[in-house]
Design a protein around this ligand. Structure first.
Ligand code: GDP
Length: 599
């Protein structure tokens, strides 16, 4: 079996990349063999296998043999090898392919603190070499040792090495990564990996690994817990809710005050649980469950932080640096799913600021879309705010991936939150209104004829069936008085969604959009349009308001408000549907939507 690193020593995760055949596996094989990290008898076993099959032995085969053992026939995205030096334990991860690379880095399966990048001396820098450099920088890997391999193929001519060093240093310059070392190698013969060859004076690979600086421990950073799931336990009258997920950084203990973002609700941790066992605290990388003292309304996707520690940034428009690898380009007007920590949001490309072709780093400001293998700085907009940390070293709460249909099509880091500029919703509304074909009947004439104004009455609260019955009761009450009132059940909208919308995006985003457009038309026709949407939050309310403009919305909340909820024009206690309908009816009179017959 592969030796696992020990608990007490310092540990560092290093990713190794490089164009295929440049010698990555040979470097890993050599590192393992020459540091004595191979499982007992493995080297002999692979050598014997080669001899039996009349194949020359290669160090790269060692890795294949180990991978097979690790995966047991399952394809693994990221193979891991372990070795140690006197200084620390190393976990070397090997991510084949861009997609596996991005996925592993973003989901944190292989959070690397440093990287080794292998270049074949004879072949020189290839497109993938450059792309890997770009990916490393985007994913926040700041320290890279560049290994120029197969020096035997260029007769150990150090001027070839110097040329590659210069060219690649120039390429990396704009990328904010630090090359900590360039090392010429002959990995096949073990030159300069663990021991120095007589033709070279600089550091070996092992020395350059030990020279990598350990970034601040995840434990020392502010507490971040992306809420993945919420489990309710109702048996024996127990109303407990457990927030489940994995701690990203920092530590939290029972009794700590916590704040959730983006909703900004605060509470105190009551218990911390791990695998059905109560523990006193939870730290980085630990799967944990938390219960809260009071029970604020929390949705999965929120980021739980500790009060008094630096908060994350909350926004719905941000400047990002991303790498695109989708078969179709990243374009404005299309919806993508953005995943950041446990948050999921529908995202749109608002603006492209700068595009670099990752194969040659040629930069252009002219492009309005992002092609495959481009690296772009752009503004993304999400339909609801999400909480994130700005790109800072290896924190997982600042990296995101974009999903186009079902594929990870791009990923990157958030650079800034931006507030400037109109949102795509307000731009859309502006365009829609400028092209709106108004009715020949003025709204005032309509109101006179119908005997009331038009209005979008939106009921919200946490009890869906109660909201619906109140909405229907209001509809009957108004209709009985001869008003033009119409109640729309949300299922009618949900059922009308295309299957790909249902599957690939948060369908609620699409309901909200359709509801807003529909409300605009129905209120324009002079009706009192009533609907019910549970747990309406502020961004959703703002979007509905924008889409229904220039007409207005009356928001009615029934029951307690969840925090982060849209402020309501009328708040009612939970009551029977008839009582709620009467209260809303009175409110519509006060707002002069309908006349008061009792006068
Ligand atoms: P990977 O695809 O990057 O993992 O590359 P491998 O480690 O499998 O190496 C590709 C080929 O290059 C293999 O046939 C190796 O034996 C060979 N190779 C690796 N290092 C050296 C070297 O230093 N010199 C020479 N001549 N060949 C090497």
């Amino acid at each position: 079996m592969i030796q696992e690193p020990s608990e007490s020593r310092e540990r560092m995760t290093v990713v190794i990349t490089g164009h295929v055949d440049h010698g990555k596996s040979t470097v890993i094989g050599r590192l393992l063999a020459d540091t004595g990290s191979l499982p007992e008898g493995k080297l002999e076993q692979v050598k014997a296998f080669c001899a039996r099959n009349s194949r020359p032995f290669e160090y790269a085969f060692l890795l294949d043999a180990l991978k097979e053992e690790q995966s047991r026939g399952i394809t693994i995205d990221c193979a891991r090898s372990f070795f140690k030096t006197a200084k620390r334990d190393y976990i070397l991860t090997d991510a084949p392919g861009h997609a596996a690379f991005l996925k592993n880095m973003v989901t944190g399966a292989a959070r690397a603190e440093a990287a080794l990048l292998v270049i074949d001396a004879k072949e020189g820098i290839r497109e993938n070499t450059r792309r890997h450099g770009v990916l490393l920088s985007l994913l926040g890997v700041r320290q890279i040792a560049v290994l120029v391999n197969k020096m035997d193929q260029v007769h150990f001519d150090l001027s070839v090495f110097e040329k590659i060093k210069k060219e690649f240093s120039d390429f990396l310059k704009p990328l904010r990564v630090q090359t900590t070392a360039f090392i010429p190698l002959c990995a096949r013969d073990g030159h300069n990996i663990v021991s120095r060859a007589d033709w070279y004076r600089g550091p070996t690979v092992l020395e350059s690994l030990d020279a990598f600086v350990k970034p601040p421990e995840a434990e020392a950073r502010p507490f971040r817990f992306p809420v993945q799931d919420i489990y309710k336990f109702t048996e024996s009258g127990d109303e407990r809710r457990i927030l489940a997920g994995t701690v990203e950084s920092g530590r939290a203990s029972a009794g700590d005050r916590v704040v959730f973002f983006p909703s900004r609700q605060a509470s105190r941790l009551k218990t911390v649980e791990s695998f059905n066992r109560r523990v006193s605290s939870a730290g980085p990388g630990e799967a944990a469950g938390f219960t809260l003292e009071d029970e604020p309304f929390i949705r999965s996707g929120e980021l739980m932080c500790r009060e008094g520690q630096p908060p994350p940034v909350v926004g719905s428009r941000f400047r990002v640096s991303l790498f695109w690898m989708g078969a179709s380009p990243l374009v404005a007007g299309k919806k993508y799913k953005l995943k950041l920590g446990s948050a999921r949001a529908t995202a749109r490309l608002a603006r492209v600021l700068n595009v670099l072709d990752s194969s040659d780093m040629a930069s252009t400001r002219e492009k309005e879309h992002v092609d495959r293998h481009d690296v772009a700085e752009c503004i993304l907009e999400t339909t609801k705010p999400i909480a994130f940390d700005l790109e800072s070293g290896d924190e997982g709460t600042g990296r995101f991936v974009l999903v186009d249909h079902f594929d990870i099509a791009g990923g990157g880091v958030v650079l800034d939150a931006v507030e400037d500029g109109a949102s795509t919703v307000s731009e859309h509304v502006h365009l829609r209104e400028s092209r709106w074909e108004g009715s020949a009947v003025p709204a005032t004439a309509r109101a006179l004829r119908y005997g009331h104004g038009s209005k979008f009455v939106l009921l919200t609260g946490s009890d869906g069936p109660a909201l619906e019955s109140a909405g229907r009761a209001l509809e009957s009450m108004l209709f009985a008085e001869g008003r033009k009132a119409y109640f729309l059940g949300m299922r009618s909208i949900e059922e009308g969604l295309d299957s790909d919308v249902q599957e690939s995006f948060d369908p609620r985003d699409e309901w909200v959009r359709r509801l807003g457009e529909l409300a605009r038309i129905l209120t324009d026709s002079g009706q009192i349009f009533i609907t019910a949407l549970t747990d309406l939050d502020e961004p959703e309310g703002r979007e509905l308001g924008a889409l229904n403009a220039p007409n207005e919305i009356v928001v009615v909340r029934i029951g307690l408000a969840c925090s982060g909820a849209l402020p309501a024009g009328l708040t009612l206690p939970e009551a029977d549907a008839e009582a709620s309908a009467r209260a809303i009816h009175r409110h519509l009179i006060e707002r002069a939507v309908i006349p008061n017959h009792s006068i």
